[in-house]
Write a protein of this length. Structure first.
Length: 320
């Protein structure tokens, strides 16, 4: 299932402490550990290539045209547009942009509403990459970022939205980004906040742990220090995400009461097989809880953001 040696997914050191247990949708058990050197949290044991391939199967990306079903995809599309607008405010027209983990490419395409840009995307092989290939405006690479992909100092902006925690070589990727960005180029990335209220409350049942796909996690304060050492200046952070955080609370609560984790989330992606052991009544109750509680957790999301304890964080860095 996994690699036997335990080490930090970021700095590769083996000096760590065990924090709490967790488990994935396949029933495999893990531990969340914290590196005593770089302070990153990481999943142990580290999933091997076979387990990661299983985790990123068609059930993860969705068999249909979209990753999520019906109205949920429309809501996600709304937030893609918001992200595109925020980025457009930070860059000039004709800027060259790279979105790492670009999914179906719709975020990049949304940027064209706000200006003329050179669009580049990187996505792993799968259904999402096939969808992105259909967007002619995107220069797409299927695979991972490599040194040969872009010339040094050639890009104006790089984005990684809920991708950083998936990377098998995160530190190396940041070094590559630092090399290909122009001076004062922008890096935007969002990821789960391991220092959030949700993470502290739910621990191993927290939705945004998402084992085995999420390999490591950061307290944003610790990441700022590491990014500074790798040539980046922290510009700003946002701890509020209506797209990510309210549902993170809802699904984490459901995880406490359900034997399996992420049952409702998997159903939203069209993975009906995963929830086959749950009755129609059980699924109905979960959906009712979702719709009734969502407004409340929008409020708690805003409150958590005030204390910089939102479940996810979006951080903007500039190449120094």
């Amino acid at each position: 299932m996994s690699e036997s040696k335990t080490f930090c997914g970021y700095c590769k050191q083996i000096d760590y402490k065990v924090c709490y247990p967790t488990y994935d949708i396949f029933g495999n058990n893990y531990q969340i550990c914290q590196c005593n050197s770089c302070k990153a949290y990481f999943l142990s044991p580290r999933p091997n290539d076979e387990m990661l391939a299983k985790a990123y199967s068609a059930d993860y990306y969705g068999e249909s045209k979209e990753k999520f079903e019906g109205i949920f995809e429309k809501v996600i599309d709304y937030f893609r547009n918001k992200r595109a607008y925020r980025l457009s405010r930070l860059i000039n027209n004709n800027a060259s942009i790279l979105d790492i983990g670009c999914g179906n490419g719709k975020f990049l395409k949304k940027l064209l509403k706000y200006g003329k840009y050179q669009l580049n995307g990187i996505e792993l092989e799968g259904n999402s990459a096939k969808r992105a290939l259909q967007i002619s405006e995107i220069n797409l690479k299927i695979g991972v970022l490599e040194e040969k992909d872009f010339a040094p100092n050639s890009l104006d902006a790089v984005t990684m939205f809920q991708v950083f925690e998936h990377l098998t070589e995160p530190k190396k990727t940041i070094d590559l980004i630092q090399n290909i960005l122009k001076k004062e180029g922008i890096l935007i990335m969002s990821f789960p906040n391991i220092a959030s209220f949700q993470a502290k409350i739910f621990k191993g049942k927290w939705l945004h742990l998402d084992p085995p796909r999420h390999l490591f996690y950061f307290n944003p304060i610790d990441l700022v220090n590491l990014m500074k050492a790798q040539g980046f200046i922290h510009i700003k952070s946002s701890y509020s995400s209506i797209e990510q955080n309210p549902y993170g609370m809802i699904q984490s609560i459901l995880n406490v009461f359900c034997k399996k984790r992420e049952v409702l989330f998997e159903l939203m992606k069209g993975n009906k097989y995963y929830a086959k052991e749950y009755s129609v009544f059980s699924i109905l109750m979960q959906k009712i809880f979702f719709y009734l509680s969502f407004p409340l957790f929008i409020i708690t999301n805003l409150m958590a953001a005030i204390f910089k304890k939102g479940a996810t964080v979006e951080m903007v860095f500039k190449k120094s």
